[in-house]
Design a binder for this molecule. Structure first.
Ligand SMILES: O=C(O)CCC(=O)C(=O)O
Ligand SMILES: [Fe+2]
Length: 316
């Protein structure tokens, strides 16, 4: 399976050249929306280039996150984690009204715990990058709306007061001994994301991300440096009546990709009050529930993911 590569270059040019009213009807924007629609219906993943986030900010984020995990006491927690079944350590951030709050995990048996960032530079870079992805997701959602033949403003109110989270994940380097019995080690098991749209800054050097394709095989994604990987979560899959895909993915290490790996996913969400009424005419009737209810009962609505397999059978 080929993972589509989509550039936002024409979109930003059109945005600079036209007023907001005309932007969404421009042919280059409509073509781009069509490309996105194809990617979301057929693959559920795409690689995004010319996304507007500057290279230097991405590099700074990677540098600060890597340094963070090396500093004690974080590095001690990392030591504890590597000696358990967990193959990664994360730093999570969900903005809240009382100011930024980070949490660190997983610590064996305890889940994640509140964490105070120890360096101002790190907090500054993190929040600057978060703000950029937040803007990017708002644009992507407008383009998604156009791709669904809906007004470009369809998701604007849903994105107000969203609580999208951003995570930095460090997968520790694996030793030769880890590969004595096996040729591949699972760093993150197969899963689907549960939110709306995930924007991933992957490690440019150490590969490992794989997505499940229609025949149940796995396709590896290794974007070029500074490109982003975008995928859909179960909430959007539900909202589109299963027409847009939340594709299962995993992270594996092989002997040639066993080095330390750092990735930063931004899990884009809508606010909890958003009513998830069917977005697509052809998506049929499903229960109108709020995003909050969906997330709370996520396991229940997960059954919809089974649709993916059925749809893929039909597409084959
Ligand atoms: O580390 C990666 O490349 C992917 C991480 C991921 O899929 C997730 O955190 O949901
Ligand atoms: Fe994921």
């Amino acid at each position: 399976m080929k993972v589509p590569e989509i550039s936002l270059k024409s979109f930003y040019k059109a945005e600079a050249d036209s007023n907001l009213e005309d932007l969404w009807s421009k042919s280059c924007v409509r073509e781009l929306a069509e490309e996105l629609r194809n990617a979301c219906e057929e693959v559920g993943f795409f690689v995004l280039t010319d996304h507007g986030i500057c290279d230097a900010l991405m590099e700074s984020l990677r540098k600060e996150c890597t340094a963070f995990f090396k500093r004690p006491p974080q590095s001690n927690v990392l030591g504890m984690v590597s000696s358990t079944d967990s193959r990664f350590l994360w730093l999570d951030h969900v903005p809240c009204d009382d100011g930024p709050a980070w949490s660190l995990g997983p610590v064996h048996g305890r889940g994640s715990m509140p964490w105070q960032l120890d360096q101002e530079e790190f907090a500054t870079v993190w929040t600057a990058y978060y703000a950029e992805v937040e803007k990017l997701v708002a644009r992507l959602m407008s383009l998604f709306a156009v791709a669904m033949h809906l007004p470009a403003t369809t998701f604007d109110s849903a994105l107000k007061n969203h609580r999208s989270s951003m995570r930095a994940i460090l997968y520790p380097e694996l030793a030769e001994a880890d590969f004595e019995q096996t040729s591949e080690v699972i760093r993150s098991p197969e899963h689907t994301d549960w939110g709306c749209v995930t924007v991933l800054l992957a490690d440019p050097e150490v590969s490992g991300l794989e997505i499940c394709d229609k025949d149940g095989g796995w396709t590896s994604i290794q974007p070029q440096r500074h490109a982003l990987v975008v995928n859909l979560g179960e909430l959007l899959q539900w909202w589109t009546g299963g027409k847009w895909l939340a594709t299962p993915h995993r992270v594996l290490a092989r002997p040639d990709s066993a080095g330390e790996r750092l990735s930063c996913p931004y899990f884009g969400l809508v606010n909890r009050e958003t009513l998830l009424q069917p977005l697509l005419a052809e998506s049929g009737n499903h229960e109108g529930i709020t995003a909050g209810e969906f997330l709370q009962n996520h396991e229940r609505y997960r059954a919809l993911a089974a649709l993916t397999e059925e749809r893929w059978q039909l597409l084959r």
